[in-house]
Write a protein that binds this ligand. Structure first.
Ligand code: SAH
Length: 474
């Protein structure tokens, strides 16, 4: 398998200093899975190309029992490992280009931070997810992507296309940044389970993913695939990325990652016309009131807007907020003036750092749980875990839940058709979808539910926000 790296930075032979590999020589290294070689087919002032070639020994891999999952007997011996860029290539990158990946150059340290023109060419890059996914991975990082899908066998065109692409990525970046992108994204595109992932892979992902992965729009997909769909590890990584990014709910302050700020202001400005935010808070507070609750837990409390409304209520003796984002909780703490509140109110309020997709004993024992504009931020496959955490383990007497009504989006003139109100939304449900989900959970866990509109209802499309109120039958 091959990777070529070309620069036209002048003098182009600086690439040799950056890679710690003299262009005049061939550098070879035996690895447990084969042999890695670096050489330079071209090294002039104007243009310099380094090639990383890895000769994989598939039989040796089996012999070493490096944990290759296989589907049958033969594919241990006959597989794409020798030619497809995969985690073996990135393992070789790590071995051969370690200083460059770590941003060190002994002889030319000043080069390390220079953004230079770079082109990376992969003759066979497996892209499970196709060209669309390839672009979604690299374009947000500023790459121009050229991709040509390879036929399964050029002699038999009727067999169709393979999952492999000839790919050229061009950018102007520091070599370290670009190598770290490749290090993380090549195995993600491959998405096969060739190696066992342990806890230390989370650290590797976060280290190599710094500082770009936290604000990458596909960070969750990246983490999940990189960690080979080992859910617990991926969740851990995602949470740390979310924290690093400081992704907040609806009202991020200006020092947040630019995408998020844009997203937030988009959702806010869409909804501002209706002052939907205030109406939502008022509707949820009224629902809590009507349920005659003495204790409330606000799951995904964000910056504590609802907590601030609920806290003064005399009927409530306990108000707790939970969020996965440390930043959001800090803002909530400020917003609520927690440190200057009278002692009685301080005792009444708790802010917990936690995730809604893990069972957590601190969530139990409340009359009402509120979940305001949160579920649409959870990946759909994780809703199942959330439903159990909420209805089975936390088991409040009642739940008040809100989520956007996707049908209503057609009324937001500035929102292009098919787009969600916020880039972090993983889905937005129609009234039918929300109601079906609520009915399913109610049936499974023994809750009745009713739906209520929030905001001005459109005769045809319904309200902008939908609310479900669940009450326990037990
Ligand atoms: N309820 C608040 C915030 C809504 S934004 C309001 O109405 O203003 C969604 C919030 O859910 C964010 O603060 C986000 O950090 C939080 N969140 C997302 N995934 C979460 C998870 N797995 N566990 C806990 N909180 C989560």
């Amino acid at each position: 398998m091959l990777l070529t790296i070309t620069t036209t930075h002048v003098p182009a032979t600086d690439l040799g200093y950056l890679l710690h590999k003299n262009p005049a020589r061939v550098h070879a290294h035996e690895q447990s899975y084969g042999k890695a070689v670096v050489f330079y087919p071209e090294a002039t002032e104007q243009r310099c190309t380094a090639v990383l070639a890895v000769e994989v020994d598939p039989v040796g891999l089996v012999r070493d029992r490096r944990g290759f999952a296989t589907t049958g007997l033969l594919d241990q011996y006959v597989n794409d490992r020798p030619y497809a860029a995969s985690s073996l290539l990135t393992a070789a990158m790590n071995e051969m280009f370690r200083s460059a990946l770590n941003g060190r150059s002994a002889d030319r340290p000043e080069l390390v931070d220079r953004a230079i023109p770079l082109a990376f060419e992969f003759p066979a890059l497996p892209c499970r997810g196709g060209e669309v996914l390839l672009r979604r991975m690299f374009e947000p990082l500023g790459y121009a992507v050229e991709a040509r899908q390879l036929p399964l066998d050029p002699d038999f065109p009727s067999w169709g296309e393979s999952a492999y692409f000839h790919v050229t990525l061009t950018t102007t970046a520091t070599l370290q940044a670009a190598l770290s992108h490749l290090y993380v994204l090549v195995p993600v595109l491959d998405n096969s389970k060739h190696y066992w992932v342990g806890e230390d892979e989370v650290e590797k992902l976060l280290r190599r993913g710094e500082p770009w992965l936290a604000s990458h729009p596909e960070r969750e997909l990246v983490a999940r695939r990189y960690l080979k769909h080992r859910r617990s590890l991926a969740d851990l990584a995602i949470e740390r990325l979310v924290e690093a990014d400081g992704t907040l709910g609806e009202e991020a302050p200006n020092d947040q990652a630019p995408e998020i700020v844009r997203g937030d202001s988009k959702e806010q400005s869409l909804e501002r016309g209706l002052s939907l935010n205030d109406r939502r808070l008022a509707a949820v507070a009224a629902a809590v009131d009507s349920l005659r609750a003495a204790s409330v837990i606000d799951l995904g409390c964000g910056e504590g807007k609802l907590l601030k409304v609920l806290l003064p209520s005399k009927a409530l003796s306990r108000v707790t907020g939970v969020d996965v984002s440390h930043r959001a909780l800090e803002i909530a703490r400020d917003r609520l003036n927690l440190d200057r509140l009278p002692k009685a109110l301080q005792d009444k309020l708790a802010l917990l750092h936690g995730s809604l997709i893990y069972r957590d004993a601190r969530f139990s024992g409340f009359d009402v749980a509120t979940v305001v504009e949160v579920i649409e931020h959870l990946d759909e496959p994780r809703l199942e875990a959330f439903a159990r955490v909420l209805f089975e383990f936390a088991r409040p007497k009642a739940v008040v839940m809100t989520t956007p009504n996707r049908e209503y989006n057609a009324r937001f003139e500035s929102l292009p058709a098919g787009q969600f109100r916020h880039p972090d939304h993983r889905f937005e449900w129609t009234r039918g979808e929300f109601s079906a989900w609520a009915a399913l959970q109610g049936g499974r866990f023994g809750y009745d539910f009713r739906l209520e509109p929030i905001g001005d209802e459109d005769a045809e499309l319904g309200p902008p926000t939908q609310m479900a109120i669940f009450t326990s039958l037990a």
